[in-house]
Structure formats: structure tokens, C-alpha cells
Design a protein around this ligand. Sequence first.
Ligand SMILES: [Zn+2]
Length: 305
Amino acid sequence: MWHILLERFPNEDSLAKTGLSLASSCRFCYASTETLAHLFLHCPYSHSLWDYFSSLLEFISIFQLSPLDFFISAISWKASPQVGNLWLKAVVQIFWATWYARNPLIFKDCFIPLISSIAFIHTTLKDCNRLNIGGMHNKQSDLLLRHRLQVRPRLSRAPRIIEIYWRPPPLGWIKVNKDGACLGSPGPSSCCGVFRNHRGFVKGCFASPLGIMHAFEAELSVVIKAIEYAFGFGWHNLWIECDSSYMVSLLSCRSPNVPWRFLSSWRRCLVYLTSMKIFVSHIYREGNQVGNSLASHGLSLAQNS
Ligand SMILES: [Zn+2]
């Protein structure tokens, strides 16, 4: 293969250049001298092989190049590891099959039909697929290629699947899903929260702009507001759920360490919490859609004000 790419291959054209007296002619088509580019790329025999496997693998071939340029463009084709490896194998095998068919034609006058070369390449691709370590992308296009090449699939490992769903609070409890949004760090911020009972009915909600803040400050502001509202409405069994791990840990340990401008309101909340039952949980953003939507609404209020 490397001899072909470096144009140091014993085809008739190369031998003629070394001084041998040869009437170089392609034995497949008799339409051109047997140059490397013609034999392996442009000859109807090799061209048919390229056409067949290019269409199977949906690779757009450009044949107006030297074997080296063509090889570089072929191996730089972006595909899944499995399809990429099969295509690379097909490229090498097409070069090999063309040479393998050319020699008997010259020395034994024995023509190997195109269909035999295609079957030979298919067999080697199946063998290659058994040794491959790359997997396919979990896409329909890769599945189609696999069927066309009649090779076994090498499925990529499925991503870890986490089930996320909203759970209502127990009877007698109010659950608040809250969120803070921030455009930049710092940037225009907003906070929101929605209070729901054990049947999922909305007892109240809020969304308001906060001015320029960092994201964690917006999260802290919304927790303070949620506790103040809950305490004011007499909802003393409060389940706070948010998608901020920072707030979950802050509430869990009732830490007083917050930025100074929130210190007084946060200390007041800690006093409220002494007379409240609090449960804190984390939920992924996908399970906190109401909170996210309200936070976006709060941001739009900030931008319009
Ligand atoms: Zn030819």
C-alpha cells in the first residue's frame, strides 16, 4: 500500500520509467497507459469498486487526484469508529483487489469478474469487523450502513439514564420549587418559586427581578423569599426543592456563612426555620420546569423594567 502511495510500485508505467522497453497499456480497458492513478482510481474496473463501496458507505469520492491525495481524503472522512474502520479497510482492500485481479490478467490471461472482487472485499470487511474495537453511533444512518455491509453491529454503550419526576409533598406539607436565573456572572437576575400542596395544586407563586447579581446570590435570594412567604402564610411544614446543590448544602447545615448583604435576611430566615419543619431536596433542571419558566418570566420583567 505504501509503495502505491509513494509511487514506487512495479506497474508498467513505473517500470517503463526505469528504462524497460514496455508498451504500457491497461489490461482491463486498453484505453490508457497503466499509470497508478489510472489502474487504482480511474480504470472502469477499479472505478466500479470505488463506486460500489462509496455508495454503500455514503462516501463522496473525488477521483481527479493521485492515489496519495485520494487516500488522505478517504481516511479523513468523519464517521463513527466502526464505519470509519470499515471504510479504511475497504479502501485498502480495493487497492489490493485491483492488483490481485490485474496480475492473473497479465500473466495467465485469467479475468477475475468484478462480482468476485466485491465478494472478496465483503468477506474481508466482515473479518475486520470482528476485530474492530470501535463502536457505531446509535443513529439510523449507521444502522443502515451496517445492513448494507452485512456486518454485525457494535453498539456504543448507552448513556446512563436517570428518571426525573416531580413528587407531591405529604399531606399537611407545602412544597416549593424554586429557581434563580442569571444572565451573566454577574448579570440581570430573577427569582421565582411555586408552592404546591399534597395534591399538586398551586397555593401561590412568585417571580420577580433581582437586579445585577451572581447566580449563587440569585439562588440564595429566592430561598430567602420562599422561606419568608411560607412563614408569612403559616406553611410551617415546608419542602424546599431546587436544582442548586449549593443551596441544598447551605440549607441542610443551616450555615450562617452567606454574603454580607444577605446576612440579616438570612439570619431572620434561620430564626423562622427554628419553628418550621423543613425538608430540602435537589432536583435536576428537567424536573423543575415550572421553576425554570417562572425564572425566565422574572428575567423578562427585569429586562422590560
Ligand atoms: Zn483501465
